[in-house]
Design a protein. Structure first.
Length: 136
């Protein structure tokens, strides 16, 4: 049971600002640099604010956090306020699909990677294929 009202809790949660998914983004940045892909972290004005973007190539890469986007393999739903969290994750996933659809309608290639898959060979292969890079 929460010790504060729903209004107060909502205000508290709304005031929490992300410091940028630093560990995951830094790791992905390191992988991208190894692949020779640079210049992607500028804050381009691209639909959905991708984590990495190459507007000249029309490629957007999103690293979706397992907790916030509801990874089915490793996300553990909260045991309190279950209806709120179900709705929150559902809304996040709907927004993700909408952003992907909008970008693809604008002829962008969109790569979405789960946080838990950042270092996987499958992810690296998908990135290579998207950029037309040869596999080593």
């Amino acid at each position: 049971m929460d010790r504060v009202s729903k209004t107060t809790r909502s205000r508290i949660m709304a005031s929490v600002r992300s410091k940028g998914n630093h560990t995951t983004e830094k790791l992905m940045g390191k992988i991208l640099r190894k692949l020779g892909l640079r210049g992607s972290r500028k804050h381009w004005k691209v639909v959905g604010k991708p984590d990495f973007a190459w507007p000249d190539r029309k490629i957007a890469l999103f690293v979706d956090g397992c907790f916030w986007h509801g990874c089915t393999r490793c996300n553990r739903p909260s045991k309190s306020n279950l209806s709120f969290w179900r709705q929150k994750l559902s809304t996040n996933r709907k927004r993700d699909r909408s952003v992907t659809r909008k970008l693809r309608q604008q002829r962008w290639k969109v790569v979405r990677v789960w946080e838990c898959d950042v270092e996987s060979q499958r992810t690296i292969s998908r990135i290579r294929a998207t950029f037309g890079l040869a596999n080593n």
